[in-house]
Design a protein around this ligand. Sequence first.
Ligand code: 5GP
Length: 142
Amino acid sequence: MSVRAFRAGRSAVGDPFVDSLFGMTEGEPSLFERMMSGEIPAEFVHHDERTIAIRDINPQAPVHVLVVPRKRYRNAAELAGDDPELLAELFRVAANIAESEGIAESGYRLLFNTNEDAGQTVFHVHLHVLGGRQLGALAQQV
Ligand code: 5GP
């Protein structure tokens, strides 16, 4: 079920139950913060003072890694406005991961889903690193 459909079945954006599932509630730790604290298990492929990278639980390609700043920003636009150097760091970490995963030469895709129409489900900004096969069209017609 899509987030939109799921939300449509509930009262509206802002429903505390839905918000808690998707990590949108102010003060509540996000999914990635729960991983950083060890509360939720994750396969880390990188961690440093400012960023982590984990394998996606539902990979869309042979390599599917999420690069996440430790500090929480809602999406890429918020991060770009508040800390462009940290945004650049996500791209540097992604390039290193592409090297270590062996997809730097064959090619890979970096993307941020931003808000509902893009399918963002976790509102703690994260850069998807996808590769290891021909990735095909960027966006599907529906
Ligand atoms: P978004 O849809 O917000 O751009 O990306 C969120 C990503 O987080 C999705 O690709 C989804 O598969 C991944 N994800 C959701 N829950 C978990 C989890 O518990 N563990 C891991 N490793 N990834 C998750």
